[in-house]
Write a protein that binds this ligand. Structure first.
Ligand SMILES: Nc1ncnc2c1ncn2[C@@H]1O[C@H](COP(=O)(O)OP(=O)(O)O)[C@@H](O)[C@H]1O
Ligand SMILES: Nc1ccn([C@H]2C[C@H](O)[C@@H](COP(=O)(O)OP(=O)(O)O)O2)c(=O)n1
Length: 239
């Protein structure tokens, strides 16, 4: 009699513990499903960072105008050239020599180097609006960006500073004489940079012209006059 009641109690215990485990498993599954769907809903609501690409020949005035845009419209200015120069002079950087050689030869660095620096700068900025100055400068830059970054941000438009070759060279030489300390503000490197620009960067600008994403600015006049065109372009885009 006693062993029979112990036996039925044991059976009850086993049934309850089975039901308990099934309940836990169901809760876990529901949790999983909830998380999956809520992540989807959250990411579709999350606002992506806004990016404006800034292109133009060497010395066209990209940096000068970017710092004014940053002040006026609260963008973070990411100069690709500055990020590369910083990385190049960082003690222990594995890219130091490579960056110096490419810059001196007027060549464009592989996108993985550049894109990693841009991504890091975007993540650490705390802002959500970026001017990406001097990028994408060739097809490799554009392809790498599309692979790694394009789905994470909203590219708004491309600001193109249209400047004559003569003005570009004059401005860079003057920048060098005024003490820029840059290894590429000299006539020998500038000839190579202009060649690189014509061969590799202009096709990217033409590509964006084809997609209707370019806003062209006449970069010939003085910096104030250039900025009034730039300001109009940003205001017209709702900034
Ligand atoms: N509109 C302008 N007219 C004349 N000189 C300019 C103008 N904009 C910039 N500069 C000067 O030309 C040089 C190159 O400008 P910068 O903004 O550094 O060009 P980029 O970033 O395109 O290389 C700088 O010394 C700058 O002071
Ligand atoms: N996307 C980029 C941008 C710059 N670089 C390298 C090669 C360029 O000649 C140098 C200098 O670029 P930077 O944008 O500072 O030059 P400018 O402002 O046009 O005079 O950096 C690059 O390799 N890839």
């Amino acid at each position: 009699m006693l062993s029979c009641s112990l036996g039925s109690q044991w059976n009850n215990f086993q049934t309850v513990s089975l039901l308990f485990r099934q309940r836990q498993a169901t809760i876990q599954q529901l949790d999983h499903i909830f998380q999956h769907y809520s992540n989807g809903i959250m990411s579709s609501f999350a606002t992506k960072a806004k990016v404006v690409f800034v292109l133009g020949g060497p010395g066209a005035g990209k940096g000068t105008q970017c710092s004014r845009i940053a002040d006026r419209f609260r963008f973070t200015h990411l100069s690709t050239g500055d990020l590369l120069r910083e990385e190049g002079s960082r003690e222990g950087s594995q890219y130091g020599t490579m960056i110096e050689e490419h810059m001196r030869d007027g060549k464009i660095l592989p996108v993985d180097v550049t894109c990693s620096l841009l991504e890091k700068a975007i993540k650490s900025s705390g802002n959500s609006m970026f001017l990406i100055d001097g990028f994408p400068r060739n097809q490799d830059n554009l392809d790498g960006w599309n692979r790694r970054m394009s789905s994470k941000v909203d590219m708004q438009f491309v600001l193109f500073f249209d400047c004559t070759e003569e003005d570009c060279v004059k401005r860079c030489l003057k920048r060098g004489l005024n003490g820029s300390g840059r290894i590429d503000d000299n006539l020998e490197t500038l000839k190579k940079r202009i060649q690189t620009y014509n061969k590799h960067s202009l096709p990217i600008i033409q590509y964006f012209q084809g997609t209707g994403q370019i806003k062209t600015i006449d970069a010939g006049p003085d910096a104030d006059q250039v900025f009034s065109q730039v300001e109009s372009a940003f205001l017209a885009s709702g900034f």
